[in-house]
Design a protein around this ligand. Structure first.
Ligand SMILES: [Zn+2]
Length: 205
């Protein structure tokens, strides 16, 4: 089954203490995020990384404090989630379905499905299954999981590798996602999906 990892908003402003919209405890999922991304690379599983890239006056800032403004340090991806070749999707460079590459989709709204180049990327990669990790559970993770599910993909959310802003809201979001047919999986199940769908380097097999 063609699998793509969706690495959602693993940016300094969300994951680093002191970040503009810090997700409490966000740094605790970083080792799990890195493990997923390294395993995806080793098995040739493509990674789509959404990244907030806001303008200073984006409408979202009536609801959330300003964060991830394009070009600021806070908008950068944390270094632990930069694994292998990374490319920002642009209209000039069609997404390359070759495995093991991270394609960055910049967005100004919560859902990765609203990233301007989402459709082109989906058309190029034609995933049957999405493995989702990142932040925050009740906002952008929820939006990605529900949106990809509605598009007919099998969706697996790695519970060790997501974090909520509010624990109660996060739990409610997970229950809603399960109800919508999203599979909540642990790390080992996610890695098994990569082995099943990819051609893993011997060390990862
Ligand atoms: Zn945002």
């Amino acid at each position: 089954m063609r699998t793509v990892v969706f690495d959602i908003d693993t940016q300094r402003d969300f994951l680093e203490p002191g970040g503009a919209l810090y997700v409490p405890g966000g740094e605790t999922i970083v080792p799990a995020l890195r493990r997923i991304l390294l395993a995806a690379r080793d098995c040739g599983v493509p990674v789509v990384a959404s990244m907030d890239a806001h303008t200073p006056d984006d409408p979202e800032f009536s609801r959330f404090p300003p964060h991830c403004i394009a070009g600021t340090r806070g908008q950068e991806k944390i270094p632990e989630t930069v694994v292998g070749p990374v490319r920002v999707a642009s209209v000039e460079s069609d997404p390359d379905p070759a495995g093991g590459e991270t394609v960055i989709l910049e967005k100004r709204k919560l859902s990765v499905l609203e990233a301007p180049l989402f459709e082109a990327t989906l058309a190029a990669l034609r995933p049957e299954r999405a493995v989702i990790a990142g932040v925050a559970t009740e906002y952008c993770i929820r939006a990605a999981a529900l949106g990809l599910r509605e598009r007919g993909l099998e969706v697996a959310l790695v519970t060790d590798a997501v974090r909520a802003v509010d624990a109660g809201d996060g739990d409610r979001a997970l229950a809603e996602l399960r109800e919508a047919g999203v599979r909540l999986v642990g790390m080992e199940a996610a890695l098994a999906m990569f082995r099943e769908s990819g051609t893993c380097a011997p060390a990862a097999a």
